[in-house]
Design a protein around this ligand. Structure first.
Ligand code: AGP
Length: 613
């Protein structure tokens, strides 16, 4: 979950690393640090708290030189303090490491090292790595071989970068398992290492992704990649389409707000090149889907975590309704240990913004073990979930920096709609005119999303009215039930308000007891096939004194008299309605958090990609 940046080349590494870390701060933000080689010595600066604290420290006590490595941390072992912040120096002060992951056998390794007289200066598991490297260096190995030995000794999943004052012309890094990526950025006479592409996008777009159990030696003019066992690899060089401007906040106060507003563009890009409005056909070439394969599929198991899983729940409805293939959603952390019944006629479809979520990747691996076909819908280009899948749909959203996922929620809704239409078409379950109509409806997306966004001032007004709420219930049904979950999650994670999403029909089986004047109810009630049911649910909530906020379709006359506030969304075919109904809920959570003065983009205890179990 932590962010890592490394630089080797003629420039001063300090500003390069600090600016790279700024772009990775969403990955972890409880402490940060950097190390550079200055006049033959490794100089380290580390500070607890956000990156601004480290910037302050570096201003007071500057360091410059190269190579250099930096880290922004999401604590797993050891409290978030300067002492536990990375980089960690070895006892000689000549070797330094940054690390993302958990050394699962660290207690055992620490005991061994302690019995050899090694003193530990932090409470982290990471520190064993640098001591082990020094231990191997002392036997006469060079940095590369000492690192290799160490990489093989540590258990768990890791991204690691090391450098040594005694071998100043190189950095050594490795990826082991699914602890987040390790990306090598290729420059001219300089090279970069990062846990995530945005950190290096301002310098290069040419990148190499390390696979699990690969390590690399990075020098100014070259990189060499090999397996931990020493077999040379000819890595593929990818050119990343995102530019660094996409990772800036621009005119917006927060990344989350910017990303909410980017949804018109991201959804337009989602359709570009994939929909032929003339023929009424969908193309998803990255999926490698043939009519035979489409007909063979008997079941689709969607796996994901958090917001991505809620997107999957909408996808389940679309796939079943349009393609008539049974679909289910199993969250990654459950699927991986559930001994699932999967076979060659089952597709495991993973959805992930980062493509590096450990639970989702483990669920995919379980699918692989059981012989299922693996597909993914992923935002981060070149991430693990994209690489290990048999076929993949790339979300066209650009980098998502805000920890609360917004545009990476709506993109997979449309991706799954496209997938459902394509499957239906290839399996011959759709007549021509229905297929054309479903495809033609997609034209509406930019307009309906744009119009929902234009109502931001109305949502902001309601946010002011509700700013002090302590609890909130979100209700939805059918295709909009997952929107209730997603709306509640958004409010929880950035506003720290207790919120629950609930299938509205289940209220009468218990939760209705919670409703009183202190429990606002957000009812998602657009004109979809569950509309009448939602109307009666709103009446039931109102009858118990609840304050009701409804998400309703423009022109609805029945709902406003029953509610305290209405968020209007444009009319649209019901299968597309979730891309509109979620928008006021994203905005509501955003504005409540902003009004409360909370750290919208970096909410407490969270990190953007969850690369630990
Ligand atoms: C969303 O707002 C969350 N921060 C979180 O639930 C997220 O969607 C989840 O961790 C999955 O991440 P992924 O899409 O990168 O796999």
């Amino acid at each position: 979950m932590c962010g890592i940046v490394g630089y080797i080349g003629p420039r001063n590494a300090t500003p390069i690393i600090l600016s790279g870390l700024k772009r990775l701060e969403y990955r972890g933000y409880d402490s940060a640090g950097l190390a550079v080689l200055q006049d033959g010595k490794i100089e380290v600066r580390r500070e607890a708290g956000k990156l601004s604290q480290l910037n302050g420290l570096v201003n007071e006590s500057p360091i410059s030189g190269a190579p250099g490595i930096g880290h922004t941390r999401w604590a797993t072992h050891g409290a978030p303090s300067a002492r536990n912040a990375h980089p960690h120096l070895g006892a000689t002060g000549r070797v330094v490491v940054v690390h993302n992951g958990i050394v699962e056998n660290f207690l055992e390794l620490r005991d061994e090292l302690t019995s050899e007289g090694v003193e530990f200066n932090s409470d982290t598991d990471t520190e064993v790595i640098v001591h082990l490297v020094e231990h191997h260096l002392a036997t006469g190995l060079n940095l590369t071989e000492a690192a290799r030995r160490t990489f093989k000794q540590i258990q768990g999943a890791h991204g690691i970068v090391l450098m040594s004052a005694d071998e100043p012309d190189k950095m050594v890094c490795a990826r082991i398992g699914n602890a987040g990526g390790v990306v090598l950025g290729l420059g001219e006479g300089e090279n970069f290492i990062a846990s995530d592409i945005p950190a290096i996008l301002e310098h290069t777009r040419r990148v190499i992704f390390l696979e699990s159990r690969q390590m690399a030696v990075v020098i100014r003019d070259a990189v060499s990649v090999e397996t931990l066992e020493g077999a040379a690899i000819r890595p593929e060089v990818h050119t990343v389409a995102w530019d660094s401007v996409a990772a800036e906040k621009g005119e917006y106060r927060h990344f989350m707000q910017k990303e909410i507003h980017e949804q018109v563009r991201s959804l337009t890009d989602t359709l570009a090149g994939r929909v032929d409005f003339q023929s009424g056909r969908v193309r998803l070439p990255e999926l490698n889907l043939t009519p035979d394969l489409a007909r063979k599929i008997q079941r689709i198991v969607i796996t994901a975590c958090g917001t991505a899983a809620y997107a999957g729940m909408v996808g389940k409805v679309l796939i079943e309704r349009i393609a008539r293939i049974p679909a289910e959603v199993v969250i990654g952390s459950e699927l991986r240990y559930s001994d699932p019944i999967l076979d060659g006629n089952t597709v495991v479809l993973a959805i992930s913004q980062s493509g590096e979520t450990a639970d989702t990747l483990a669920a995919m691996e379980e699918g692989r073990r059981k012989g299922a076909l693996l597909w993914s819908i992923v935002n981060a280009v070149g991430s693990q979930a994209m690489r290990i899948a048999d076929g993949s749909i790339s979300m066209q959203t650009g980098p998502e920096i805000g920890v609360a996922s917004t545009k990476a929620f709506t993109a997979p809704l449309v991706d799954q709609y496209l997938l459902a239409v394509l499957l239906a078409d290839l399996r011959g379950v759709l007549d021509d005119s229905t297929c054309r109509k479903l495809v033609a409806d997609l034209r509406l997306i930019p307009d309906i999303v744009g119009r929902a966004l234009e109502r931001e001032p109305e949502v902001e007004k309601v946010a002011h009215a509700l700013k002090d709420l302590r609890d909130c219930l979100y209700l939805g049904r059918g295709i909009n039930m997952p929107i209730a979950y997603e709306g509640a999650l958004k409010l929880k994670e950035i506003s720290y308000v207790h919120a629950e999403g609930y299938p509205a029909g289940e209220m009468k089986h218990g939760p209705i007891a919670l409703i009183d004047e202190n429990m606002p109810v957000v009812a998602i009630a657009p004109r979809d096939p569950w509309y009448e049911k939602m109307v009666s649910q709103i009446q039931q909530a109102k009858a118990r004194g609840g304050q009701v906020v409804a998400v309703a379709t423009e022109g609805d006359e029945l709902i406003p008299p029953m509610c305290d506030h209405v968020f209007w969304v444009p009319q649209c075919p019901w299968m597309l309605s979730p891309v509109t109904t979620v928008i006021p809920l994203q905005l509501l959570a955003y504005h409540i958090a902003a009004i409360r003065g909370l750290d919208v983009d970096q909410p407490r205890n969270l990190a953007k990609s969850v690369t630990v179990e």
